[in-house]
Design a protein around this ligand. Structure first.
Ligand code: PLP
Length: 433
């Protein structure tokens, strides 16, 4: 028997489903698959996970760890690592919940604390899942735009978003899509507002170990007065190149953690058992593992930044962390982000992501004007140093003028993308084109 028709079923949908239509990103992913494009779009590594971590997972399956499982040892390792890195004492018995990735940890955290009518401050641009969690919880997102090109946080604008209905702010640092790492000053300002307005911070720290040069990840939980009002979420996904294993965690004050734990059990019961066993090994990695991780990502970041400069991009923050570059399309490019990405997939066989999916406010279309700086021999240096906004005039920057390029890929993949983009540019610039 055929399934009932779409029009019949649509009347049965809950209203909230309408908020979750497919984005251009998903449609372009399909195009990229059809064109067999080199994938610099999605934020997952295409190189192997650490051998000893994989061996631990295999051994766990061989040892029949096949059933629902809550591995207390993982909570202990998470607490230990957090205390060693951030100097914040965490009780593994009452303050840690192991979830199915950061995604579930974020959902369970938001469901635990946000109720109908609560406002939640979000920074724009932002990773897509936070808004969905807030809306599903009945909360109201209040966006604060970060200021390009460094995506700095204007503290006055931030304070304007706080009020008596604010329940929480969600902060992701290192940041997807921009590659920004929030400074001590910015985090201090967020902490002060959380204390002043008596609200929570929910952090997404999945890129905690991927930072470059002098940029260091600081957790909001380590600021005075913040441990009792911060829910930290993170996961194995990015650090250990295992996005499909679905092991993450929330660290929260005991009362809140108990609620997160209960919601997690109702949603998914437990994270995959063999991969929790592997987490025990991953979370005991030596300091040299993290040093090498940063070195390898720095090499990839530099390669991709140079690739973009040669392709005519100039206005972008050289990533301080995460594994994404968020670049403004060259001024002379007549296409918007979605059309540029579609053309790059079809003509060069390289997939990246249009930036529009990360912006959530309509008024981004009236962002301050930025134009390419007067000719400079070292454009990357210029974008690192910052553009003098006051001295810059010219065309406006619109939300459809950014693309995100992932560099969590093998150097062979990155070199193939570079060659394909160069070939495409040469064709475009040839007299017969
Ligand atoms: C900022 C950010 N948070 C969370 C996630 C998802 O993390 P997990 O795989 O642990 O659910 C991603 C994945 O792209 C991400 O970029």
């Amino acid at each position: 028997m055929a399934m009932s028709s779409t029009s019949c079923c649509s009347g049965l949908l809950a209203k909230r489903s309408a908020a979750f239509a497919p984005s251009p990103i998903q449609q372009l992913s399909l195009l990229a698959q059809r064109c067999n494009a080199i994938n610099l779009a999605e934020g997952f590594p295409d190189f192997p996970a650490p051998l000893e971590v994989k061996e631990a997972a295999i051994a766990a399956i061989q040892a029949e760890f096949n059933q629902y499982r809550h591995v207390q040892g993982v909570c202990e390792k998470v607490a230990e690592a957090f205390e060693n890195t951030h100097g914040v004492k965490v009780d593994p018995k009452t303050q840690v919940t192991i979830c199915c990735g950061q995604s579930e940890a974020m959902a369970a955290s938001v469901f635990a604390v946000v109720e109908s009518g609560d406002e939640v401050v979000l920074l724009d641009p932002a990773y897509e899942t936070y808004e969905a969690c807030v809306i599903l919880a009945g909360g109201i997102p209040r966006y604060v735009a970060l200021d390009p090109p460094h995506w700095s946080l204007d503290v006055k604008k931030l304070e304007n978003a706080f009020g008596p209905c604010t329940k929480a702010i969600i902060v992701n640092s290192p940041h997807n899509p921009t590659g920004k790492v929030f400074s001590h000053y910015e985090l201090g300002a967020i902490a002060a507002l959380c204390c002043k307005y008596d609200c929570l911070a929910i952090t997404d720290e999945v890129y905690e170990h991927i930072t470059f040069e002098e940029s260091k990840h600081i957790s909001l939980a380590s600021f005075p007065g913040m441990q009792q009002r911060t829910i930290v979420t993170s996961s194995l996904s990015k650090t250990f190149s295992v996005t499909g294993w679905r092991v993450g965690w929330a660290i929260a004050p005991a009362v809140i953690n108990a609620a997160i734990q209960n919601i997690h059990v109702k949603l998914t019961d437990s994270a995959p058992a063999p991969f929790q066993e592997a987490a025990l090994v991953a979370l005991q990695s030596s300091p040299s593992f993290y040093v090498q991780l940063q070195q390898e990502y720095k090499e990839r970041r530099d390669f991709v930044c140079n690739m973009l400069i040669q392709a005519g991009f100039s206005n972008f923050l050289k990533p301080q962390g995460s594994f994404f570059v968020f670049a403004q399309l060259p001024d002379k490019c007549p296409l918007n982000d979605v059309d540029y990405v579609a053309e790059l997939i079809k003509e060069a066989g390289v997939a990246i992501v249009p930036g529009c999916g990360f912006f959530h406010q309509k008024n981004w279309t009236t962002m301050p004007a930025i134009q390419d700086h007067p000719a400079s021999a070292d454009k990357l240096h210029m974008s690192e140093q910052g553009l003098d906004m006051a001295a810059i005039s010219g065309s406006g920057v619109y939300l459809e003028r950014f693309v995100r390029v992932a560099f969590c890929k093998d150097m062979v993949t990155l070199m193939a993308a570079d060659a394909a983009i160069k070939k495409h540019s040469a064709r475009l610039n040839s007299p017969s084109a």
